[in-house]
Write a protein that binds this ligand. Structure first.
Ligand code: ATP
Length: 295
């Protein structure tokens, strides 16, 4: 029975803009996306039949509603595969945080099963297949730095950035992405971030100017429900972050630091106030196979 191990990295948004609302209710977005060096560890093991999910986390469904199980179901149905799969998820990425935790687990299952079951798909083929599971799945498969348009599934990759140190804080509550988008009044968006300016600043290492240009149009919606997000940003400022912003629909917030030791020192201080504080950095890869094959 075959077995494969994978890393499924989280993402942050350097920018998140909403351009309009489609007839089907989904929002047209433009986002500067970044994978980060903070991942769930996934092990896929073949067995007789069916799909089973195991995890250290009780905070997400472990039945067929887990996004990783949905990814396995998609592959099994699409390719008519009868072999079963055990999916073990070591959940490190906080759930319902705006870090694409579910999407990256699904992406890892697609990448892993492609190798285990010799499906012969490229990363782009997998991304196309995975888009039906969620708009962030294609980005999680490719990873790195990219512009995401459409509902998030249309990707334009950008040259990799140097590793930029980050501190992530997850407050002790989650938010539903759908409810945040529903609370957004597109006509009232006060500032549309310009991803190109932000990317250029990041590529130049000009982090101090980031705070004037980074922007997430969902931040005010989530902050209206959870004003604690502003407190977190203020604390990141106090501990020396060059810039701080909510990622995705939140509520996780990231701070950008000049050096990894600055980030580590800030994290030690922030741990006095928050139980979920993580040091990471921007990372040039999406899902990676760590044992059992390559793609
Ligand atoms: P995004 O940034 O893509 O909007 P998110 O990081 O805000 O996503 P997730 O962590 O993906 O949110 O969780 C969203 C919902 O998906 C939660 O209600 C969670 O229970 C459910 N879920 C299903 N499968 C998973 C999974 N493998 N990992 C995390 N959440 C999952």
């Amino acid at each position: 029975m075959g077995r494969i191990r994978l890393r499924a990295p989280a993402k942050i948004n350097w920018t998140l803009d909403v351009k309009g609302r489609r007839a089907d209710g989904y929002h047209e977005v433009e986002m500067l996306m970044q994978s980060i060096s903070f991942w769930d560890d996934i092990v896929l093991t073949e067995y007789d039949n069916g799909i089973q999910v195991f995890s250290n986390s009780a905070g997400m469904p472990l039945d067929e509603n887990n996004l990783a199980a949905k990814a396995a179901r998609l592959v099994k149905d699409y390719f008519g595969i009868t072999t079963g799969i055990h999916i073990h998820i070591q959940k490190n990425i906080p759930i319902a945080a705006g870090l694409a935790g579910g999407s990256t687990d699904a992406a890892a299952v697609l990448v892993g099963l492609n190798v285990l079951w010799k499906l012969g798909l490229t990363r782009s083929g997998l991304a196309e297949l995975g888009a039906v599971l969620g708009a962030d799945v294609p980005f999680c498969i490719h990873g790195g730095t990219a512009i995401a348009r459409g509902i998030g599934e249309k990707l334009t990759p950008l040259p990799d950035l140097e590793a930029i140190p980050l501190v992530l804080i997850k407050p002790p509550f989650g938010v539903s992405t759908a409810s945040v988008y529903n609370g957004l009044d597109i006509e009232q968006i006060p500032f549309h971030p310009d991803w190109k300016t932000v990317y250029d600043l990041l590529a130049q290492g000009n982090l101090r100017l980031l705070r004037c240009h980074m922007g997430n149009v969902l931040e005010s919606v989530t902050t209206n429900i959870h004003p604690e997000i502003n407190e977190i940003k203020a604390r990141l400022d106090e501990t020396g972050a060059a810039a701080a912003m909510m990622t995705g629909s939140g509520p996780a917030v990231f701070g950008v630091f000049e050096t990894i030791s600055d980030a580590q020192q800030a994290a030690e201080i922030l741990k006095r106030h928050y139980s979920q504080v993580f040091v990471a950095s921007s990372h040039g890869r999406g899902v990676e196979i760590t044992k059992g094959g390559s793609l």
